[in-house]
Design a protein around this ligand. Structure first.
Ligand code: EPZ
Length: 422
């Protein structure tokens, strides 16, 4: 398993191009199964989760071609013959569960493994299943699989997501666009990942009202055309690099190929740290503050503070000139990075779903363990400002969601070496 060796306390200076979004790409890939021919999706990042999902889709007989040079995916479901997503693949990547909505939408039948939990605890799919049943889908559970059938036109009228759920919104949309007569999702997720999916489905010929709002109404159509579609820039990678650029007082970084509109309220929160931010088109310029002001945050659904930036924010707050606290209201136990940061000298105390951070910590290098995607990147950010050498183990977690991470950070002055195959 690969690890990173990081020699810390280096300022970042220069320009980083942000890759395409993992969490926007996956629903677009699932939606391509609904089309009546080959769909081309551009700006797809070369990430483990994308390769895993390619293999999940191939199991159905769908042709998937990934032009890595051009970051372009071509997905052609014309030869789709199996409506199954097996456990050995779904367990590797939870978003494979989108195959339920996609296969139901296209074929009216699906046998999809229930996803497992993840590093920080259970990740239920009860809302996905209850929403499908509300639509009129017949759902049975057997030996860890969901076996679902759906006639055309399903007469179910609506379902309210409590809590709002990105994945459930996506799965219900994928099933409804070809199967429902008229179905409304209340308290639907408004994340850009959902908006990009709705716009792609609309381009394919779907009838969807309320895009970008919490009330989505779908009127089923008989077929969807294949389209060419460009994937979103990765908003979480963007936020991660903004935080990286604020953690060393001499850092000054420009991010390109971003979509600042997708960041919700994050830029306003970020500016409260004292970091200087200027936004121009797809470019975001960050100048680190001399001293980081402590800013407490509470995660929320979009456009609130993203839970996927929670670990990275806590890491930055270890460097702030005073105490702060970070509360995750989406995932109450997404704090596996805390004991690892404490090994680097951070002074933090976890109380249920809030971590209290003292601030003013000078961090010292140590060996630390990655546990999940966003916790891992927070350890890399910490190692980049820690004095001495930090060893981050099991960086395969990082490879799931950050394309060429060490290359991008090293080009602006970080000192990260990947050691393979330990
Ligand atoms: C998506 O996961 C993202 N994954 C996650 O990013 C992200 O953290 C999450 O949304 C929240 O923004 C992808 O897009 C592939 P949810 P998802 O359903 O859809 C509860 C990353 O790091 N819930 O919006 O699984 C759930 O427990 C990943 O890139 C139910 O109770 O998240 C949570 O508390 C990690 N029942 C809340 O809703 C359900 O049926 C939000 O989860 C579904 C969800």
């Amino acid at each position: 398993m690969d690890k990173f060796i990081i020699n810390g306390d280096t300022p970042l200076k220069g320009t980083i191009s942000v890759s395409g979004s993992k969490n926007a790409a996956l629903p677009l890939m699932a939606a391509s199964i609904l089309a009546d021919g080959p769909t081309k999706i551009t700006h797809i990042p070369k990430l483990k989760d994308i390769y895993t999902f390619n293999n999940v889709i191939r199991v159905t007989g769908t042709h998937v071609q990934f032009d890595e040079e051009k970051n372009e995916l071509t997905i052609d479901p014309s030869h789709l013959a199996h409506t199954e997503a097996p456990y050995e693949l779904v367990r590797k990547m939870r978003a494979s569960f989108y195959m339920l909505g996609a296969l139901l939408g296209r074929e009216g039948a699906a046998k999809v493994s229930m996803p497992g939990g993840c590093a920080w605890g259970p990740r239920p799919v009860d809302l996905h299943l209850k929403g499908m049943e509300a639509m009129g889908v017949n759902i049975e559970l057997e030996a860890g699989y969901v076996i679902a059938t759906a006639e055309r036109r399903l007469e179910g009228k609506s379902f309210t997501l409590e809590p709002s759920s990105v994945g459930a919104t996506i799965n219900l949309l994928l099933a409804a666009v070809l199967r429902a007569r008229e179905f409304t999702i209340h308290n639907a997720a408004k994340e850009p990942d959902v908006v990009y999916l709705c716009k792609a489905l609309q381009q394919m010929g779907a009838d969807i009202d309320g895009i970008g709002t919490g009330i989505l109404t779908v009127r089923g159509v008989d077929q969807l055309n294949s389209v060419d579609f460009r994937n979103a820039p990765d908003r979480i990678e963007t936020g991660t690099f903004m935080i990286a650029a604020a953690m060393h007082p001499e850092s000054e970084v420009t991010l390109t190929d971003t979509d600042p509109q997708d960041l919700g309220h994050f830029p306003d929160t970020f500016k409260k740290t004292g970091a200087k931010l200027s936004i121009e088109g797809d470019k975001i310029h960050i100048k680190a503050p001399d001293i980081i002001k402590p800013v407490s945050v509470k995660t929320a659904i979009y456009p609130g503070f993203p839970t996927d930036l929670q670990a990275q924010w806590s890491t930055m707050m270890t460097q702030a000139a005073g105490p702060s606290k970070v509360t995750d209201t989406i995932y109450f136990d997404r704090f596996s990075y805390v004991p690892e940061l404490k090994r680097l000298g951070a002074s933090m105390k976890l109380d249920k779903n809030t971590v209290h951070i003292s601030g003013g910590n000078s961090l010292g290098g140590a060996s630390v363990m990655s546990t999940d995607l966003r916790a891992s990147v927070s350890l890399v950010l910490a190692g980049m400002v820690a004095k001495g050498q930090t060893e981050v183990l099991r960086v395969y977690h990082l490879d799931r969601g950050y394309e060429d991470l060490e290359y991008k950070l090293n080009t602006v002055g970080a000192n990260i070496r990947r050691i393979g195959g330990e």
